[in-house]
Ligand binder design. Sequence first.
Ligand code: ATP
Length: 485
Amino acid sequence: MAKLARLDDIVSLCKRRGFIYQSSEIYGGLASCYDYGPLGAELKRNVRNAWWKHVVQMREDVVGLDCSILMHPMVWKASGHADKFADLVTVCKKCGTRSRVDHLQDSKPSNAPVPAEPQQSQDLSGKVCPACGAVGQFGQPMAFKLMFETQMGANVDDTMTLFLRPETAQGIFANFRNVLDSTRIKVPFGIAQIGKSFRNEVTTKAFIFRTREFEQAELEFFCKPGTDESWFEHWKQQRFNWYLEYGIKKENLRFREHEKDELAHYAKACVDVEYKFPFGSGDWQELEGIANRTDYDLRQHQRGIRTMNDWYENKGDLTKIALRQESEDYLKGPLAYFDEETRERYVPYVIEPSAGIDRSTLAFLVDAYDEEQVNNEQRNLLRFHPALAPVKAGVFPLVKKDGMPEIAMNIYNDLKKYFTVFYDEKAAVGRRYRRQDEAGTPYCITVDGQSREDNTVTVRERDSMEQTRVHIDQVKTYLREKLDL
Ligand code: ATP
């Protein structure tokens, strides 16, 4: 049975083997920021590619986008982030620890859902401080703004105070019309994007689970009102199956439907895909949120476009300007859709699956982690799905003589055109196998004495440790089939 990973094991493996390092470590580190090392950069790239393959490449009804991180300040006014994107925070009077109100646990567990939106009046009398355990000893909750601010140009009149985007989704809404006008795509269709987002989180935790700079993979799927519920179901299943397909164990994955009073005011439905992480208070934590956002965002941006006219007249700080009311004929607005076939006009509803690339990378690491005893020695391994494995094959000469390194180097040079492969001739072959097991490499190819006689090599499989003899000319095809690449 697979060993359950502890977060400490994962953090130490990641550091030791070059998956993930603390940011700016040489200067003592920068809290909640992380750097991906040589193996981590490959792993994360593979996670991104696996998402893109399923959400964009394999579908006729989804196109990709890659927006700038800095956007016009009106984007965040219209989306609601400039005014409302804040967490309620409180400080424990006993120990001084600052906590997010929606993360506080009841002293006696209740089934009441946690509100998703910051609420001004909160009864914290039954809540427990996660640091010192004091019950109900909290100060007045205060709003803590989550967007990072920056300036564009000299910004003398505050008109160009910008925000680092806290989600990639708004870039998609802002380009909805561009995509419609420059492609032949028709509703229902989706626009997908992967990119960095920034949130000045109140508390960060658990390694790369919650950080202040992170990567999101988001899809906004536009559909006709009335068809939204079935598209919501469709994407729920698609996204759940994606995690299973790439190796997450079924018992570690579940849906959590949001209660009605937990939903953001514009959302019609929301479900989280949760993973059983080996940390935190409740184990089950959000990996991805899938929401039915209705026509809220596109209608808000139509209000934003109208508001720009006021701004052209008065200038000033855009984030403080009042958003104009919606036009009565909003169905004729620039972000409304006209269906040529049915001659209908509507503002599309949006289904949004929103995943975290770093968070799913952590889940794939945790789920793949295993330890087992082999010949009285501990073997550490990462049982990655081959598509996610940072290195697909290790290539070794058994010993550094008798022409073996030359043959192995030729194989390596041929394979590297197709796969990420690693050549290693140092130390005993058993140790080289262990190093690749720990990096999650699915196959190792070893050139030995017999190779010179019959042109065959040993191919060793990571999980079973089984060895097969394969003709050198067949190695590439063999790997292709086994890796399904
Ligand atoms: P929470 O309530 O936990 O702060 P959220 O519900 O606001 O998160 P979303 O806005 O739905 O999160 O973001 C979608 C996805 O982006 C999340 O499921 C997660 O995978 C990822 N994500 C969000 N915030 C962070 C973060 N600070 N660090 C890493 N990943 C994040």
